[in-house]
Design a binder for this molecule. Structure first.
Ligand code: SAM
Length: 157
């Protein structure tokens, strides 16, 4: 396990809601989309395939990192995936940041998120950023998980 202030489990976003989540962020082909804690790469693959945007993942678990590289290769997706601790990477060039992380990790990420450029969007799955003003809330039902997932959108002003 590489770095990381806290241990966060791998709880993947269900495949059947990835398209809907990405449509909320609506990436352009020249956008850079980051998934912090990119797991098996499914968000990156969806973003690159459906929106042709640049997809960048940072994942601290070496097994998931390797799995995500394999999945990208199998899907013919050219995502950039870094084996590392997302707290240590700059987000200054990000247009969209996807976060499926626990509230404590979101709290710790605030200094990094505050460096995002104007116009950037943050998408949070199930857990909002503590204390931050939310721009949009969407409820998305997943047949795969059998429950509603909440998607929070933040627009950097
Ligand atoms: C809830 S899972 C979400 C996976 C993926 N984003 C998705 O939505 O399917 C959180 C992921 O964050 C990774 N992670 C936790 N702390 C991390 C850190 N400090 N740096 C990089 N990855 C981390 C975990 O290994 C796990 O794969």
């Amino acid at each position: 396990m590489v770095g990381g202030k806290r241990r966060i489990p791998f709880a993947p976003t269900p495949h059947d809601i990835i398209s809907k989540i990405l449509s909320i962020a609506n990436p352009n082909p020249d956008d850079k989309l980051y998934d912090l804690g990119s797991g098996d790469g499914r968000i990156l693959i969806g973003a690159a395939q459906e929106y042709k945007c640049e997809a960048i993942g940072i994942e601290s678990n070496p097994e998931l990192y390797r799995l995500s590289l394999q999945k990208c290769k199998k899907n013919n997706v050219n995502a950039k995936i870094i084996l590392g601790n997302f707290y240590e990477y700059s987000l200054r060039d990000a247009d969209i940041v996807f976060l499926y992380l626990l509230p404590e990790a979101l709290e710790d990420l605030k200094p990094n998120l505050l460096t995002l450029k104007r116009g950037a969007r943050i998408i949070c799955h199930d857990f909002p950023i503590p204390g931050w003003k939310i721009d949009e809330v969407h409820k998305v039902y997943s047949y795969e998980s059998g429950r509603k997932h909440t998607i929070y959108l933040y627009k950097v002003k």
